[in-house]
Design a protein around this ligand. Structure first.
Ligand SMILES: Cc1ncc(COP(=O)(O)O)c(C=O)c1O
Length: 334
């Protein structure tokens, strides 16, 4: 699967950070390359980065598990559900299901409410050793009510994975609560707000015992030395990252307002917006692509009929996108 968009197409389908200047991440990566000796294996489990992340979040390095992308950590977690199964709160990110399948873990699906809220009782009634939820959720965009997430964590026996890939765009994080919890694992990534999707770095924060178990289930030297170093150096640029996040949030509110004139956008605590259209989402995706915009068709997911998901892009690009969407929607009504 080659993901480079065709020339002239804006890729608004993968929720990358289009606000962070490319020069910044490129210069950080160049510096990382200078500091790394590629002949050598580096930290077996990304210990150097784990230490920097621990400082950044105010937790202990033993509570941080680093890997090549959040996806890697998601897969490690699925291995815990091998015998007893996993619970997936849907509609959500596809990778939980694929991870469960890889480890032969039976899957129980639990549906969000009609307004995409988390309903703790539905999760409590299901059985499985690992519960996966994304908050802010992909593709719906909303961050769950904190008390509802805590209720799930406090009342199920299994490990509760809260995937916070988009937390920088949200209203709160549970990172600081994970170390003192028996069963909460928070997953984070450098792919979204931090702008390093192509370098593949993600991590989990959990209590030290659970973190050790996860680390031991993983591969040694899994994350490239270059990626580990670049992620470490990026942490020194939190101010720029935060500025880019704030800018994206401003464009997000404006974009939602504009989308509301054309279709039905949903509230978002992430760097993308889900919109329900008055036409089939597959057709809309196709028509938008012809006009130079790649979006994600999420219409096949439960509760998401006729919905597409679009990355919040800088204002000029978003304006062009709105123009294209307006045309697609108007034509469908003729
Ligand atoms: C909810 C969620 N978790 C994890 C990921 C993947 O993160 P990574 O690039 O770190 O593997 C994504 C990517 O789209 C995502 O939407």
């Amino acid at each position: 699967m080659h993901l480079e968009p065709p020339p002239g197409v804006y890729r608004l389908s993968l929720n990358e950070n289009l606000f962070l200047p490319k020069e910044l991440v490129a210069s950080v990566t160049r510096r990382a390359l200078e500091e790394v000796d590629p002949r050598l294996y580096t930290d077996a489990y990304g210990e150097g980065l784990a230490e920097r992340l621990a400082e950044f979040h105010g937790v202990d390095a033993r509570e941080v598990v680093v890997g090549p992308g959040a996806d890697y950590v998601i897969y490690l977690l699925a291995s815990l559900g091998r015998g007893s199964g996993v619970i997936i709160v849907e509609p959500t990110f596809e990778e939980y299901e694929r991870a469960a399948r890889l480890f032969g873990a039976p899957v129980t699906r639990v549906l969000l409410g009609e307004d995409f809220s988390l309903i703790p009782d539905r999760v409590k009634r299901a059985s499985g050793r690992v519960v996966y939820m994304a908050s802010p959720n992909n593709p719906t965009g909303n961050q769950y009510d904190k008390a509802a997430v805590e209720e799930v964590v406090g009342s199920v026996n299994g490990v509760v994975v809260v995937d916070e890939a988009y937390a920088e765009y949200g209203r709160y994080t549970l990172v600081q609560e994970a170390p003192s919890s028996d069963n909460l694992v928070v997953v984070r990534t450098f792919s979204k707000a931090w702008g390093l999707a192509g370098l593949r770095v993600g991590y989990a924060v959990a209590n030290a015992g659970l973190a050790r178990e996860l680390r031991e289930r993983g591969r040694v030297f899994a994350t490239s030395a270059l990626s580990l170093k670049a992620a470490e150096l990026m942490l020194d640029h939190w101010r720029e990252v935060r500025r880019a996040v704030e800018e994206a949030k401003l464009v997000r509110s404006w974009l939602i307002g504009e989308l509301a004139r054309i279709a039905k956008p949903y509230r978002s605590d992430a760097n993308f917006v889900m919109v329900r259209l008055p036409l089939g989402s597959g057709k809309a995706r196709e028509e938008l692509l012809k006009r130079g915009f790649a979006v994600k068709d999420v219409g096949a997911k439960p509760l998401c009929e006729n919905c597409i998901r679009v990355t919040v892009a800088p204002r000029q690009i978003s304006e062009k996108f709105l123009e294209a969407l307006r045309e697609v929607v108007q034509r469908s009504a003729q």
